[in-house]
Design a protein around this ligand. Structure first.
Ligand SMILES: Nc1ncnc2c1ncn2[C@@H]1O[C@H](COP(=O)(O)OP(=O)(O)O)[C@@H](O)[C@H]1O
Ligand SMILES: [Mg+2]
Length: 139
């Protein structure tokens, strides 16, 4: 797996902006990492890179939020509270995953069996320093 060492949030921004340029409709980006590792923060920079000018807020209580002001629609999932995959079917997740936009899924390990075969996974770990992160990418 490709391993990227991030020293600070500025580098997270650079990574997110560059990643956004490579994303295409139908991409599912799965973010797997503990609380505070920067999943929402990275999503904000991806949104910025897509040209989205709306404020990105954590969709913890709604499961998914849609942003349509950028180059591609962004569907931002936080599936932390999902206890049963049925909850994903109830919100019609397939229309998002196989739709016309980009999906970013926080806590994607919670719905691993629903992730498409070609999902792009980033495992996020903390480094030794407060602002350091290690990204392990499957793509
Ligand atoms: N390199 C970094 N990348 C992302 N966030 C960072 C980094 N360094 C420090 N932070 C801080 O860590 C916190 C991450 O919070 P958040 O993005 O909500 O995490 P998560 O969504 O994974 O729970 C933010 O307060 C952010 O400013
Ligand atoms: Mg979050």
């Amino acid at each position: 797996m490709r391993e990227i060492r991030i020293s600070n949030e500025k580098e997270t921004e650079k990574f997110g902006l560059e990643l956004a340029e490579t994303l295409r409709a139908g991409d599912v980006l799965a973010l797997i990492g503990d609380l505070g590792t920067g999943k929402t923060t990275l999503t904000k920079y991806i949104a910025k890179g897509l040209g989205i000018d709306e404020v990105i807020t954590s969709p913890t209580f709604t499961i998914v939020r849609e942003y349509r002001s950028g180059r591609l629609p962004l569907f931002h999932f936080d599936v932390y509270r999902i206890e049963d995959p049925d909850e994903m079917f109830e919100i019609g997740y397939e229309d998002y995953f196989f739709g016309d936009g980009v999906c970013v899924v926080e806590w994607a390990d919670q719905i691993r069996e629903l992730l498409p075969e070609d999902a792009k996974i980033i495992y996020i770990d903390r480094g030794a320093q407060e602002t350091e992160r290690i990204y392990k990418c499957t793509f």
